[in-house]
Design a binder for this molecule. Structure first.
Ligand SMILES: [Zn+2]
Ligand SMILES: [Zn+2]
Length: 383
């Protein structure tokens, strides 16, 4: 789950009245990171209709220009959009096979498919919790995750309103890989907390969460400058020296970046001019938690300041998210490289997912876990 300041600002400006969460439908763009011009549809159990007629067997939806057509078991189109309802498996070249329920609307833009799933919020949530809490095991950690994800969804329903849907299915919003592999724990946690949200002064909170804080969460403004929430403040994640999230695999990490690689990435990201070479790096500002808030790259003629979030995203997008897993690191200087000695994974704001697991194993209940990571909020069924 990553948010960018602009989207946040938009979401805050819209602040529409929140209506009852349970029973609400939301729209999710599926395969949002894939570019594809055709998808195979296979009905799961039960009745499936496509273009208003029953779909009895596999069919292929294809985009051409700005129209969609259907071949195979049921021919239809070309038309501007294709509506499918029921439980359907989607698959295709380069696409993971996934099951969706509810409604699917296929449209085309420049011969690429845009697929939007309309699904009850609680059903979507079971899918999100399956994906986001997949590595956790304790039921109370799952419940904390379900409440955080439900709240986040309701709070940020406007994330993609300009593009015609509520949420995308990538970590930009929340990971949603359909309903083919819903875990029993995720379903149980969603059911046990049905309709419950994290409220601050009676309104849904900005329930950010991340994988591993590394020992201390971060105050929002050090991660996204100019953004702040009274409950998104740095909290120590457990007793000194033994954080709750220390049980996470890869809690500690080290990454060596040669100056040549740093130069290449820096030029690609626009931090360095084409004739500039990186010859070192240091942290130039810190957040409350001890995370980097800003880093400085040295070149042959100047020092370039980069907000740490931009550095972490910039490296992640180009070199993979495993390279620099968080902005919680020390920089050790080598002859022709820097060594980042880091802890944690993710942005560090709000709930630490592995910390929630650690707290649950220590005996804390999900409401206590949520109060710990979002001080000043309360869990309630929200109308
Ligand atoms: Zn998104
Ligand atoms: Zn933690």
């Amino acid at each position: 789950m990553k948010a960018f300041p602009l989207l946040l600002l938009l979401a805050v400006c819209y602040a529409a009245p929140e209506t009852r969460a349970a029973g609400r439908q939301i729209t999710v763009r599926v395969y949002s990171l894939h570019k594809t011009s055709s998808v195979t549809l296979e009905p799961d159990d039960g009745a499936v209709s496509a273009g208003g007629r029953p779909l009895g067997g596999p069919a292929r939806a294809s985009a051409r220009g700005s129209s969609v057509s259907l071949d195979g078991a049921l021919k239809a189109g070309p038309s501007k959009s294709l509506a499918v309802s029921g439980a359907v498996w989607l698959s295709g070249k380069g696409l993971p096979r996934r099951l969706y329920r509810g409604e699917l609307t296929f449209t085309a833009e420049k011969s690429l498919l845009k697929i939007i799933n309309t699904v009850p919020l609680e059903t979507y949530l079971a899918g999100v919790v399956t994906g986001e809490a997949g590595d956790l095991s304790h039921p109370e950690a799952y419940k904390a995750q379900a409440v955080a994800a439900r709240t986040y969804t309701v709070k940020y329903l406007k994330n993609h309103l300009g593009e015609g849907y509520n949420m995308c299915d990538s970590t930009h919003c929340q990971l949603y890989s359909g309903l083919g592999k819903i875990s029993a724990k995720a379903l149980a946690a969603s059911d046990a907390t049905r309709g419950e949200m994290l409220l601050y002064k009676g309104e849904p909170a900005a329930a950010f969460y991340h994988s591993v804080c590394g020992g201390r969460t971060e105050t929002m403004t050090y991660v996204w400058p100019f953004e702040s929430k009274p409950y998104l403040i740095s909290v120590r994640d457990g007793p000194p020296g033994s954080p709750y999230c220390a049980i996470a695999p890869g809690f500690r990490w080290k990454t060596k970046i040669y100056f040549t690689g740093l130069t290449r990435l820096g030029r690609q990201a626009g931090w360095l001019a084409p004739d500039e070479a990186a010859g070192g790096m240091r942290i130039s500002a810190w957040g409350v938690s001890g995370r980097a808030a800003e880093v400085e790259l040295y070149t042959q003629r100047r020092r370039v300041r980069i907000p740490a979030t931009e550095f972490y995203h910039g490296i992640g997008r180009r070199a993979g998210w495993q390279a620099v897993r968080s902005s919680f690191f020390k920089v050790l200087a080598g002859k022709d490289y820097i060594l980042l000695d880091g802890v944690g994974s993710g942005h560090g704001v709000g709930m630490c997912q592995w910390g929630a697991e650690g707290m649950a194993r220590t005996g804390f209940k999900y409401r206590e876990i949520l109060r710990h990571y979002y001080p000043g909020t309360e869990v309630q069924v929200h109308d």
